[in-house]
Design a protein around this ligand. Structure first.
Ligand SMILES: *[C@@H]1O[C@H](CO)[C@@H](O)[C@H](O)[C@H]1NC(C)=O
Ligand SMILES: *[C@@H]1O[C@H](CO)[C@@H](O)[C@H](O)[C@H]1NC(C)=O
Ligand SMILES: *[C@@H]1O[C@H](CO)[C@@H](O)[C@H](O)[C@H]1NC(C)=O
Ligand SMILES: *[C@@H]1O[C@H](CO)[C@@H](O)[C@H](O)[C@H]1NC(C)=O
Ligand SMILES: *[C@@H]1O[C@H](CO)[C@@H](O)[C@H](O)[C@H]1NC(C)=O
Length: 270
């Protein structure tokens, strides 16, 4: 029996170590809450450990959203989520529908799940470059830091960099982009009470002249097209004679229009 109790304590400790916060919370200290991970599923559970009166049922909520509802009166209730903790981090409530209502809070807490708004950004020489990273996981990010190629953090004081960060987003602005100095990989690093996470954004700085290339490309394309059409029109005239031979059995009327067509075209060519 003693070994069993120790084993259970071991399981609880393991869950806490693996990044799951478990324990009594919310409005009632008499509810034991737990998150267990079981073959791709997350099982959130609440267990009322003290005697209670009449109960109409349970509700599982996340924010204002009701996720699950029942009309049972058990002390124990659970809610299963398919997927990983990283995809479902947040605050969940188990509500015991009694008078007064009692609820427990289950937190799924993970290190920041950071994504770059765009993995690669482009900017023109002299313009302002904007790189953005986001994290919407729980707990919120407490600090964001930007690095370039593993060097010192990029901070406001350096003149050309402006860092603006919120709890779920950070933005690095680089003023007066320079091809040699600013091209490269930037790393955003987020820290919360559970650890850290990051993402990399590649920045390419183009010369002012390069911005003209697409325009020059279009001009070249138009020139090539015009040339092709011109050559085609020139070559087509002998072909039409052949066409007329083939269409010997065609109705007279369509032949007539054909001729008219040809006359018009010849007039145009002249
Ligand atoms: C709920 O808590 C009670 C009292 O602490 C305990 O006896 C029971 O085994 C628990 N139920 C579950 C499903 O863990
Ligand atoms: C869950 O998160 C909330 C909000 O950050 C916090 O107030 C509460 O103490 C956390 N609960 C547990 C059991 O860690
Ligand atoms: C980020 O935070 C803002 C306000 O703080 C909120 O409006 C927005 O929905 C949040 N975005 C995500 C992805 O959580
Ligand atoms: C950097 O400067 C901008 C604008 O001047 C400001 O909004 C931002 O909070 C500053 N960031 C830091 C980390 O000081
Ligand atoms: C992110 O920041 C944390 C805390 O400062 C640090 O330990 C970690 O090495 C950083 N990670 C990267 C990839 O820079």
């Amino acid at each position: 029996m003693a070994a069993g109790a120790a084993g259970r304590r071991g399981l609880l400790a393991l869950l806490v170590v693996s990044g799951v916060l478990a324990g009594a919370a919310g409005t009632s200290p008499n509810i034991v809450t737990l998150v267990t991970v079981d073959s791709g599923k997350l099982i959130l559970s609440c267990n009322m450990t003290t005697p209670y009166g009449a109960m109409e049922g349970h509700e599982w909520r996340s924010g204002d959203k009701v996720l699950q509802k029942d009309t049972e009166s058990n002390a124990f209730t659970s809610y299963t989520i398919e997927g990983k903790m990283e995809e479902h981090s947040g605050l969940y409530d188990c509500v015991y529908q009694m008078n007064p209502m009692i609820k427990g809070q289950v937190n799924i807490s993970v290190p920041p799940q950071v994504v770059a708004y765009k993995k690669s950004e482009h900017g023109n020489e002299g313009d302002t470059g904007v790189l953005t990273c986001k994290s919407s996981s729980f707990p919120p990010v407490s600090a964001w830091v930007w690095y370039k190629n593993g060097q010192e953090p990029l901070i406001n004081d350096s003149g050309r960099f402006i860092v603006k960060s919120g709890s779920n987003k950070t933005e690095l602005r680089i003023l007066k982009l320079n091809i040699e100095e600013d091209t490269g990989n930037y790393h955003c690093n987020a820290t919360n009470s559970f650890g850290f996470g990051g993402a990399t954004v590649n920045l390419r700085v183009r010369s002012r002249l390069a911005a003209l290339w697409p325009f020059l490309g279009i001009v070249a394309e138009v020139l090539v097209l015009v040339t092709i059409i011109f050559i085609y029109e020139k070559r087509r005239k002998p072909d039409e004679v052949l066409d007329d031979d083939d269409g010997g059995s065609a109705p007279l009327k369509s032949n007539a229009t054909n001729h008219k067509d040809k006359n018009v075209r010849q007039r145009n060519a002249n």
